[in-house]
Design a protein around this ligand. Structure first.
Ligand code: G6Q
Length: 564
């Protein structure tokens, strides 16, 4: 007889954590550090050139033990194997999840539906490298035989955030004679601004779209093509200036892109996990084959670590479990990711998609609604600018917001004259969040000044910092391609770990669909005769418009009046 799977919160391992939480929830990290000076050694892990310090968390050895037991009870190790072994773990789309195969460094075949995935991956990436090297060497010539100077990546979501983030993060490795532009927004101001200074003779457009149907990308690609044709006036010249990356080869061909300029990807790569494939073509052009291979290598090393390290010593598993600890036991609603490295300025935006699109789900794989909290709100910004903006809330607000701080010990492009000052901020912030400042300390500080007793009494409560606010620190030796590859893979696997604990599918994104469908129906009405009325429509396709609410109808009418 088949048994109903036991729900997460009824698991004995969960209940043991609940009990443990009630015992330590009020314990202050200040005291934990005072009682045990080996916390840093106990709660930090080094992997190649990355140090992960998680000692400033509201945890004891027992907490980690219990979280690891929960992960085992949720079969995390078996699920990790299932992902790497090409099992179709993306159940709602019937797909394997194989971004790890895109960076696999071994010669071992990996068979999926009768095909060797590794062979397919290597073949396609070598084609992409060839194009990248031609552009970099000046051998890829535009229609007037001039080398390319500007590369415009047109794509959105996973076909944009990863390539843009990495190209920016690795700017010291980017070929200085090439300029990179990323167009994602449907507001034509973006593409118009990008195109304005460009010369069609020396511009290469990469249309990146897994489906080749995405509205924003198709609009922008058409605008780029029209711009090119308006200046060049000869369709036969397009082939030197437009390439595409897609699973939908036919659609890319009908857009007018030559067969040999289309690079494929596969349905087993999710958009937000796809920068390791030819979707990363702009990165390949920017940093070249050798450095792109380093990026893959760094990610692959984390893949091996995730697959083989004991969970108690496994960085992505620990990152994921600590997130569960705060999300589900402390009821923390948000997390902040705070890079102190300027070149990582797009990392929070990239991670926002990776995390929130993956784990922003409320139905378990079983099809049942979950009765616990899943993915948190993720936000972030560069560290120092953030300190002078929203860190106030992190230090003294009413919400508990665990943070990840990311920093590099060495700045590879400068002479490190700011480095000690920068790092002093990194260490000071996490120390302040952990320790806080108690009443006695505040009083002492104020009493050494010139204020009278009444003024001191009034000021004291405002100057108290409760502290006990958790942080992880990821300290990279430097922001190299290999370390960046590792950093991204750490977060990918953190997200995976949490998806397994929460029993959700981290690899679909049905939530993106409804808005897209409605936009299509609304656009049809907006482009028709400007009639946004909610009254009866006879054809069945306009069911949506007849069901439209008064707010949407009112806004549409107002827009139509204003636009005319
Ligand atoms: C990512 C999502 C989504 C997707 C974009 C672009 O995992 O699926 O962000 O990447 O909607 O889709 P296309 O690449 O198909 O244009």
């Amino acid at each position: 007889m088949s048994q109903q799977p036991i729900s997460l919160m009824e698991m004995p391992e969960w209940q043991a954590l609940q009990q443990h939480f009630s015992e330590i929830q009020n314990k202050h990290m200040r005291d934990m550090f005072a009682e045990d000076d080996s916390r840093f050694d106990q709660f930090s892990v080094e992997l190649n050139e990355i140090l992960f310090d998680y000692s400033k968390n509201r945890i004891t050895k027992e907490t980690i033990g219990l979280l690891v037991e929960l992960a085992h009870a949720c079969e995390l190790p078996q699920q990790i194997d299932a992902m790497f072994d090409a099992k179709k773990i993306n159940a709602t789309e019937g797909r394997a999840v194989l971004h790890t195969a895109l960076r696999n460094q071994t010669d071992q075949p990996l068979v999926l539906d009768g095909e060797d995935v590794h062979h397919q991956v290597r073949t396609e990436i070598e084609r992409a490298y060839q194009l990248a090297e031609q552009v970099r060497n000046g051998d890829w010539l535009g229609y007037t035989n001039k080398p390319i100077t500007d590369i415009v990546n047109i794509g959105i979501g996973g076909s944009y955030l990863g390539p843009q983030m990495v190209t920016e993060a690795l700017s010291p490795f980017v070929k200085p004679t090439l300029n990179f532009h990323f167009v994602a927004n449907l507001d034509e101001n973006q593409i118009d601004d990008v195109l304005a200074p460009l010369d069609p003779e020396t511009t290469l457009f990469i249309v990146c779209s897994k489906t080749f149907t995405t509205q924003e990308t198709m609009f922008n690609a058409n605008t780029a093509r029209n711009w090119f044709l308006s200046l060049v006036n000869d369709k036969s010249k397009l082939s030197k200036h437009f390439v595409a990356v897609s699973t939908n080869i036919e659609a890319a061909k009908s857009f007018g892109i030559n067969d040999q300029n289309i690079f494929s990807m596969w349905d087993w790569v999710g958009g937000r996990y796809s920068m390791w494939s030819a979707i990363g073509l702009s990165i390949m052009i920017a940093i070249g084959k050798q450095q792109f291979e380093q990026l893959l290598k760094g990610a692959s090393e984390v893949d091996q670590h995730f697959r083989s390290a004991e969970l108690a010593n496994n960085i992505p598993a620990l990152m994921g479990l600590l997130g569960v600890w705060y999300n589900n036991f402390f009821d923390a609603q948000a997390i902040a990711v705070l890079p102190y490295s300027q070149h990582l300025h797009r990392f929070p935006a990239y991670l926002q998609q990776a995390d929130m699109e993956s784990n922003g789900k409320s139905v378990a794989l079983s099809g049942k609604r979950i009765n616990y909290s899943s993915g948190p709100v993720l936000f972030g910004e560069l560290g120092n600018p953030g300190q002078h903006a929203f860190y106030q809330l992190l230090h003294q607000g009413t919400k508990l917001i665990p943070i990840d701080v990311i920093a590099t010990a060495r700045n590879i492009s400068g002479d490190n004259k700011h480095q000690d000052a920068l790092m002093s901020n990194v260490f000071a912030q996490t120390e302040a969040l952990m320790k806080g400042k108690n009443e006695q300390e505040v009083r002492q500080e104020l009493e050494s000044g010139s204020l009278n007793q009444e003024a001191i009494d009034n000021l004291v409560p405002h100057k108290i910092f409760e502290g006990n606010r958790p942080s992880n620190t990821l300290l990279l030796q430097a922001l190299t391609p290999s370390n960046l590859g590792s950093l991204i893979a750490l977060y990918e696997h953190k997200i995976f770990t949490q998806g397994i604990i929460w029993k959700i599918n981290s690899f679909d994104q049905w939530g993106v669909e409804l808005g897209k469908q409605l936009a299509q129906s609304i656009l049809k009405d907006l482009s028709a005769d400007g009639n946004a009325s909610s009254s009866s429509d006879s054809d069945s396709e306009s069911n949506n418009s007849s069901n439209r609410d008064s707010s949407t109808t009112g806004l549409m009418s107002h827009y139509i009046n204003q636009r005319n």
